[in-house]
Design a protein around this ligand. Structure first.
Ligand SMILES: C[S@@+](CC[C@H](N)C(=O)[O-])C[C@H]1O[C@@H](n2cnc3c(N)ncnc32)[C@H](O)[C@@H]1O
Length: 255
């Protein structure tokens, strides 16, 4: 609960009676999800959060990253910590956008000090339920708190976070560029951002197949430089990219 108290101070407008009954701060309540795709329904289901971290993510992300040719999950997390500069700022205030069941959130918090705070933000109540349950047994590292909110319209004050991570989610959002603008708003100047998202294959035939899958599921496939260009337009510099199979990592610094 101490971490949730810390989060309340970061909000643009804190509720008079915060809903923290399920271990996370719920700012969405019963609000209906407007972006109702197959992928989003899966994220809100009761089943996926149970198998997400240990079955779904290693298999689906593993294949998407090119199998053994791509980085392992541990290497992905290490890249996020490195590009976000967390080794140099172990007391940072970090936002993990679309945190799901908290797998990345916990990885970011490990190695940080108790003065540090990692806030996991997600729209799915079932994912956050899992995140809270799995974080309960964690020992050491930064404080962790979870907030149920919309990543496209983050509820935090401007210039609040030293670092923002958005792994495995930009392609699910109805308006990914509004989400990027929202992340830029809550990030302090000089703060770091890292994004893991999809990458459209270069081969036309494969690309057409992925296009059909994309329309069916609601998962957007980004062009090779589309995210880097959007970050540049949103005021980011020092942009770096790494691509593996159907996935791409983009890191940047605000300002
Ligand atoms: C595939 S999980 C990613 C979890 C974790 N970041 C990872 O890399 O493994 C995608 C998450 O994005 C969340 N999500 C999708 N749209 C969202 C939105 N508009 N606002 C907040 N979270 C959203 C889903 O609920 C889901 O938990």
């Amino acid at each position: 609960m101490i971490a949730l108290d810390r989060v309340l101070k970061l909000l643009e407008s804190a509720p008079a009676e915060p809903d923290v009954g399920r271990g996370h701060l719920d700012l969405l309540g019963e609000a209906a999800e407007s972006h109702d795709t197959v992928a989003q329904r899966l994220m809100r289901s009761g089943a996926l959060p149970r198998i997400y971290e240990h079955v779904w993510r290693p298999v689906v992300f593993g294949l998407s990253k090119g199998g053994p040719l791509g980085p392992s999950t541990a290497e992905e997390y290490a890249l996020a910590r490195y590009w976000l500069g967390l080794a140099d700022t172990p007391d940072a205030t970090v936002l993990d956008v679309a945190c799901g069941p908290g797998n990345v959130t916990r990885a970011l918090a490990s190695g940080m000090t108790a003065d540090g705070l990692v806030v996991g933000a997600d729209a799915s109540a079932t994912m956050l339920e899992r995140a809270v349950a799995d974080t309960h047994v964690r020992a050491g590292g930064a404080d962790i708190a979870y907030v149920r909110c919309d990543a496209v319209d983050l509820p935090f004050r401007a210039n609040t976070f030293d670092a923002v991570c958005c792994y495995g989610a930009l392609y699910l959002f109805e308006d990914p560029w509004a989400a990027v603008a929202s992340m830029a708003r809550v990030l302090r100047p000089g703060g770091h951002l890292v994004v893991l998202a999809t990458r459209r294959p270069r081969l036309p035939l494969v690309g057409r197949g992925m296009g059909a899958l994309s329309r069916l599921t609601g998962i957007r496939m980004f062009g090779q430089t589309e995210i880097a260009e959007a970050l540049s337009n949103a005021g980011f510099s020092a942009i770096r990219r790494r691509s593996y199979g159907l996935m791409q990592f983009t890191g940047a610094t605000l300002g």
